[in-house]
Write a protein that binds this ligand. Structure first.
Ligand SMILES: [Zn+2]
Ligand SMILES: [Zn+2]
Ligand SMILES: [Zn+2]
Length: 589
């Protein structure tokens, strides 16, 4: 007979309780596991649903585009150098091993770091999409844009805002277009919000805010790499402190002293050198970011991968900003193993000027082929007559006068005195005609101004004539595919539309879309805008005059067909804007 262990009542009760507790715990665990599984399932489902919805949206857009393309395909376009490019579907990198990014970093003893293609890219292919490691909205732009989704305030013709952004009640600095955006932004904004309050009513400089963002992001990602750091960690970027002038370094050190008050001393890294290093990185690698259409500079960001791409004045890829992301697309065929080159600056300047800018801002001597042979330099200072017939005194006088005039025009623009801008630019152009060629840079600047200001004043006939000349000059001085050519063709197409020259508008917008598809890609807001404009033109082509007038009046009221440049200025502040959509490495220059 088995021995019976005697257990007293108390002990038995305790054991019973323990067993019950254990059982309850197990049950709770089980329930939790079920709940977790349920939640995971829900998240998975939601993801799947969203993915399907996204795919459906993309399909729908493709279908719409294809249909539209079929219609437009009938249009006879002048430009048949590359007819098969026109209106083809998005050329994303299909059939590619997902693990292969398509590019990789390399280190060269002489050149330093760079990025190389690991497969072939055709013109128009998306080579890489760079997300920012960190970004800030410029102080002077902060109230005009949602800090999360980059939606701009919508304004009516008088410049009055038609929709109000919500303000963070805590710091009164961050703005959002909706509660959802505020919610999404909060994990990132939380620390910034506290920092802003910490020094209120003083404000921190954009640089201090940017370095703080980097420090917070670094703390968050710890030893891991952020997605944007796939090729290089943010702190591994060059600070060029040794190349900077004494004054520049001093300025930088003064900025770096201000970070403690804002960031909070208790969390600040101990090493002052490290803080200076980060300020140096921001100053050399900060890239401007724009609204979703790429028209207005909104802030500055750091994209570590992108910063590794070296410069060439005749690049094989172009970087275009769309909100905080930057898309890099091939504008020349690229072979596997070839290095990727971007242009850090607008390449319209002469080789001498380009070299100077690159030396001053990026601390290197450009030895690219285009600089070496002075390619296109002659065009950029061309006269309408043979060189020996140029009256030298007159030419020097007019060049100098143009510089003076440009300064005056700049001040007139700031106070939006458009009539005055028109008179100033028109007078200057009169002097230049019969002397400079349209490709002469000083004349080209004036022609651009004349075209823009005419459009603002609703003188579309003049605007179109000037824009035609600018486009013809652009096609001579820029590479075959460039953001400038696409944008200029777009502007001209819109002018034609205003003039009710619908057939011309369709032709010109077709040219614009061909370029924008390559430089911006079919998903970019600017390309989508161009497509919308094209749709409008195609519809109008079918209408009789009376219907057309009625519809135009209605559209006018809704503000459609607005100019894409100066009219987008917000307020009178010192706003940087880009007419080309291309990035400026340092947005505040
Ligand atoms: Zn938003
Ligand atoms: Zn806040
Ligand atoms: Zn160069």
């Amino acid at each position: 007979m088995p021995e019976i262990l005697e257990i007293d009542d108390e002990e038995a009760e305790r054991m019973q309780q323990q067993a019950a507790k254990k059982k309850a715990e197990e049950e709770a665990e089980h329930a939790q596991a079920l709940k977790d599984a349920e939640r995971r399932r829900k998240v998975d489902d939601e993801n799947k649903k969203q993915k399907a919805a996204r795919a459906a949206r993309v399909e729908e857009k493709k279908k719409q585009t294809a249909e539209l393309m079929k219609k437009i395909g009938k249009v006879d376009l002048d430009d048949d150098d590359n007819p098969d490019f026109l209106f083809t579907m998005p050329k994303e990198n299909k059939d590619v091993n997902v693990k292969d990014l398509g590019y990789k970093i390399f280190v060269d003893d002489v050149k330093g770091r760079g990025i190389r293609a690991t497969r072939d890219f055709k013109v128009g292919n998306l080579v890489l999409k760079a997300e920012p490691f960190a970004y800030v909205i410029f102080d002077h732009m902060s109230e005009h844009v949602c800090h999360q989704c980059f939606n701009m305030v919508v304004r009516d013709r008088q410049g009055q805002p038609t929709s109000q952004l919500l303000r963070c009640s805590s710091c009164k600095f961050a703005r959002y277009c909706s509660r959802e955006c505020q919610k999404k932004a909060w994990p990132t904004h939380k620390k910034e919000c506290m920092a802003i309050k910490r020094i209120a009513p003083r404000t921190a400089s954009d640089e201090v805010r940017m370095v703080s963002q980097i420090l917070w992001k670094q703390a968050e990602r710890g030893d891991k790499r952020a997605k944007s750091e796939e090729l290089c960690r943010v702190e591994e970027l060059c600070d060029h402190l040794n190349d900077m002038s004494f004054e520049d370094v001093q300025k930088l050190e003064e900025q770096s002293k201000e970070i403690g008050d804002y960031f909070g001393y208790e969390n600040l890294p101990d090493s002052d050198e490290y803080i200076d290093h980060l300020f140096g990185i921001v100053s050399c690698n900060g890239m401007s970011i724009t609204d979703m259409r790429g028209l207005q500079y909104l802030g500055v960001a750091i994209h570590p991968t992108l910063n590794l791409i070296n410069h060439d004045c005749n690049p094989n890829v172009v970087a275009v900003s769309c909100g905080p992301n930057i898309f890099v697309r091939a504008i020349k065929p690229i072979k596997e193993g070839e290095e990727l080159f971007i242009s850090y600056i607008d390449t319209s300047a002469t080789s001498e000027t380009r070299k100077q800018i690159l030396k001053d801002q990026y601390y290197f001597d450009c030895g690219c082929k285009m600089c070496e042979c002075g390619d296109k330099d002659e065009l950029k200072s061309a006269y309408v007559m043979p060189k020996e017939d140029v009256p030298e005194k007159r030419s020097t006088y007019i060049e100098k006068n143009t510089d003076i005039m440009l300064k005056k025009i700049e001040s007139s623009k700031k106070v939006q005195a458009w009539e005055r801008v028109a008179a100033q630019a028109g007078g200057c152009l009169l002097q230049q005609e019969n002397l400079f060629d349209d490709t002469h840079l000083k004349k080209l600047t004036i022609l651009q101004t004349c075209s823009e200001v005419s459009a603002i004043l609703n003188h579309y006939d003049d605007a179109a004539q000037y824009a035609e000349r600018v486009l013809a000059a652009y096609e001579q001085i820029y590479p075959e595919y460039s953001t400038q050519i696409g944008m200029q063709a777009y502007r001209l197409g819109v002018h034609y539309w205003h003039l009710q020259r619908v057939e011309d508008a369709i032709k010109m917008l077709g040219r614009a879309l061909k370029h924008l598809e390559i430089t911006h890609g079919p998903e970019h807001g600017m390309y989508q805008d161009g497509l919308e404009m094209m749709k409008t033109c195609l519809q109008e082509r079918q209408m009789d005059k009376a219907t057309l007038m009625r519809i135009r009046v209605a559209r006018e009221r809704m503000g459609q067909g607005k100019e894409i440049d100066m009219a987008n200025h917000i307020g009178n502040g010192p706003i940087n804007w880009t007419s080309s959509n291309e990035l400026s490495w340092k947005g505040k220059n």
